[in-house]
Design a protein around this ligand. Structure first.
Ligand code: TYD
Ligand code: MG
Length: 460
């Protein structure tokens, strides 16, 4: 029977599917993003996957109880990169599909080459397939990173059927695909990187990963808006989605799990790009506070929690008289609307008259955090800059600020205070509700509980 070919239109931004061309995408409201692509009426991948899930060797699979499912610790590989292991939820799960997204040049290929090198050092068979760089280019990079074992093999290929054949022959335990936007399936007529190609390629890799129990890392490029280029469905298909972010001009990089079927999604890993590749930053607080000004107004340290890990961050505020009738507000690294809201609270509840003042808020080090526990720190930094009164260097403050100016409690307070204590801070301004608990559990640091922002203002 001849395969029925049909064409559909896909939005190249969000993957919205339509049978006719449209000027504006109803999914993401972008203009001129629809491109016609041919798809097969019934995808081979889908039908075989559907068959495979119901039948094994001609017999129907029996449903199993939890005690019948056998699991060992060996179900995860150690990547020998502590920060990555943590983000993955305790190591690389066998047979899982991991999408690594990030801006060009951020270090995706470097990270995956290091992971591949570490795993091959443990005598695991690793296959690194690149559609972007030549073998010579990979070798140049590898030479900078150190020695590699012979169980790591490289291949430059973009045709998926050749890749599939290479995998079936080599039977690696770990596979790296750099990048999914360069891969193409001959059965799909649209260009590599288009929605249907990316989707089809991922579904082929998914089938391979699950049927041969291979862990697959897929590199995905991101669009200007910071999403993995191609359809959202890509994120639904894979087990784990990691984003590699950070300022290209700053040396540190953050690996963040935005989806993880095998662990928490809030975890982050911190790396620093050096001459010999990415190095782990095991104590990010120290790294973030490096170069902090002494005795400067508008600066205070606060503690944010990323996943299970507390990180100390310096908040800087600069409040100065506006030159135009309309005051400027700017927030770097934190939520702009939240900063506006906090300034309104300060104006109404404390009487800080800021209508004639510009205000700039910055999280030093380029971190991006939108946690409510930063509120108190942001308020104090603004007050300090407004009054031109420095806050003592050994003080940290955290707590959520409500609309009536009250300071509310936040989670994981003990971990936050302990982190501050570890780094030599002497004084901690916390929500009143947490004062008693923290005073009993953290003895080495002075704990001061406050009911409201105006209470806290009296302390600086
Ligand atoms: P790369 O890993 O190719 O990024 P991506 O695959 O995400 O596009 O590039 C990383 C950048 O880091 C590149 O600009 C060069 C730099 N770099 C180092 O500073 N040190 C190193 O050891 C390596 C390998 C790269
Ligand atoms: Mg690359």
């Amino acid at each position: 029977m001849a395969t029925k070919i049909k064409t559909v239109f896909f939005c190249q931004k969000c993957g919205y599917e339509s049978s006719k061309w449209m000027g504006q995408c109803p999914g993401c409201r972008e203009w001129n993003t629809f491109v016609e692509e041919t798809v097969k009426a019934a995808s081979k991948a889908v039908s075989s996957a559907a068959r495979g899930s119901a039948l094994t060797n001609g017999e129907y699979k029996k449903p199993q109880t939890l005690s019948e499912i056998i699991m060992t610790d060996e179900d995860r590989f150690d990547t020998h990169i502590g920060e990555l292991n943590r983000v993955l939820g305790g190591g690389l799960v066998k047979g899982s599909l991991i999408l690594v997204g990030g801006d060009p040049g951020i270090g995706k290929s470097t990270l995956l080459l290091q992971v591949a090198g570490n795993l091959s050092g443990d005598k695991r068979d690793v296959l690194y397939i690149s559609g972007e760089e030549s073998l010579r280019q990979i070798k140049l990079r590898a030479n900078r990173l150190g020695d590699f074992s012979d169980t790591l093999k490289f291949m430059c290929e973009t045709n998926l059927s050749n890749i599939e054949e290479a995998i079936t022959r080599a039977k690696p335990q770990v596979l790296v695909i750099d990048s999914i936007q360069t891969m193409y399936n001959e059965d799909v007529s649209s260009a590599p990187g288009s929605v249907s190609q990316v989707r089809e390629s991922t579904s082929v890799l998914l089938r391979i990963a699950k049927s041969m129990n291979i862990s697959v890392f897929i590199v995905g490029h991101v669009t200007k808006e910071g999403q993995v280029a191609g359809p959202r469905v890509l994120e639904h298909m894979v087990d784990t989605v990691l984003y590699f972010e950070g300022d290209r001009h700053a040396s540190y990089r953050i690996l963040r799990a935005v989806k993880n079927r095998f662990g928490s999604t809030n975890e982050i890993g911190v790396f620093e790009m050096q001459e010999k590749g990415l190095m782990e930053v095991t104590n990010p607080s120290e790294f973030m506070l490096d170069g902090r000004p002494v005795n400067a107004s508008g600066s205070i340290v606060t503690c944010s929690v990323e996943g299970t890990r507390p990180i100390l961050i310096e908040i800087q505020a600069l409040v100065c008289r506006t030159n135009f009738g309309f005051p400027r507000r700017q927030a770097n690294g934190t939520d702009y609307n939240r900063v506006n809201l906090l300034m309104a609270v300060l104006e109404k509840r404390i009487g800080l008259q800021m209508a004639d003042y510009d205000a700039y808020i910055n999280l030093a080090g380029g971190m991006k955090i939108a946690e409510p526990s930063l509120d108190l720190g942001i308020c104090l930094a603004i007050i300090s800059s407004f009054k031109n009164k420095p806050i003592s260097d050994d003080t940290i403050a955290f707590g959520e600020v409500g609309l009536s100016g009250e300071v509310r409690s936040v989670n994981m307070s003990e971990a936050r205070v302990q982190e501050a204590e570890k780094l030599g801070f002497k004084r901690c301004i916390v929500p009143k509700a947490l004062e008693k608990k923290l005073k009993t559990s953290c003895k080495g640091i002075e704990i001061i509980g406050v009911y409201s922002v105006s209470d806290a203002m009296g302390l600086i």
